[in-house]
Design a protein around this ligand. Structure first.
Ligand code: NDP
Length: 248
């Protein structure tokens, strides 16, 4: 039997990029997947692809994770459609880069509200079924930038560092209920997000990666399925960098 057979996984930001690969990998392991994304068409495209290979495995939901009320409403819909939530992957994220001296309040708020508050909003939407689950896992997608800092990303680095404190606190609060909470901290991964970087910046970045190349969304998905599965049941409160050695 597949490792995650009959468990329900909720993946935010699963309409493209890393979240899409995570949703596919979890479905490959037998999970039923709630595909959440901001744009309905993207969520529907991912869910349709999953249902082609694993019929009936995926449902699409359009929601802005930064909107507390909308997340609670979608939470109810997901739970009634999919039958619960055993694995929550908080992956939705945005960047609004710029030097701090010039950064406006909007750029700060959008990034913190999506990347950090979005994870809290999702937790509040799914905490009840998670606490009832026999395989309760929270996996938050951070960034090596949250560990190292990065010029031009005070908002993004703060949101991702915040996720580490959030996750470690959750790991302590929920350990007695058998729930684990961990962070995966990707380095540079080839997606739309890194596609926005100039060729020059991408080449310079590769110079700081011991393994010499960007990772793929599937590299992150492999770490997520490991942390979501039975082999990781004794791992909690950890930050796993998947970064080609960049942050060691
Ligand atoms: P992409 O920009 O390729 O995709 C982002 C995804 O998040 C999309 O599905 C998007 O939805 C969704 N999203 C964005 N804002 C919201 C919102 N407010 N509500 C709901 N969904 C939202 O990003 P990546 O796949 O590259 O990144 C995924 C995660 O990994 C992010 O948290 C990012 O910070 C992190 N990360 C990425 C790295 C990289 O190198 N790529 C490195 C380190 C961390 P839609 O498609 O519907 O617009």
């Amino acid at each position: 039997m597949a490792a995650l057979q009959d468990f329900v996984a909720v993946v935010t930001g699963a309409g493209r990029g890393i979240g899409e690969a995570v949703a596919k990998a979890l479905a490959d392991e037998g999970a039923k997947v709630a595909v959440l994304s901001r744009t309905a068409a993207n969520a529907e495209r991912t869910a349709a692809a999953l249902n082609e290979t694993h019929p009936g495995s995926a449902h699409a939901f359009a929601v802005d994770v930064a909107d507390f009320e909308a997340m609670q409403a979608i939470g109810k819909e997901v739970i009634s459609t999919c039958g619960g939530c055993d694995i929550l992957v908080n992956n939705a994220g945005v960047t609004r880069d710029g030097l701090c001296l010039r950064m406006g309040e909007d750029d700060w708020d959008t990034v913190i509200d999506t990347n950090l508050k979005g994870a809290f909003n999702a937790l509040k939407a799914f905490q009840r079924p998670l606490l009832k689950s026999k395989n309760a896992r929270i996996i938050n997608i951070g960034s090596v930038v949250g560990l190292m800092g990065n010029a031009g990303q005070v908002n993004y680095a703060a949101s991702k560092a915040g996720l580490v404190g959030f996750t470690k606190s959750l790991a302590r609060e929920f350990a007695s209920r058998g729930l684990t909470a961990n962070v995966i901290a990707p380095g540079f991964i080839t997606t739309d997000m890194t596609g926005e970087l100039s060729d020059e910046v991408q080449e310079a970045a590769k110079g700081n990666i011991p393994l010499g190349t960007f990772g793929t969304p599937e590299d992150i998905a492999a770490a997520v399925t490991f942390l979501a599965g039975p082999a990781a049941k004794y791992i909690t409160g950890q930050v796993l960098a998947v970064d080609g050695g960049m942050a060691m």
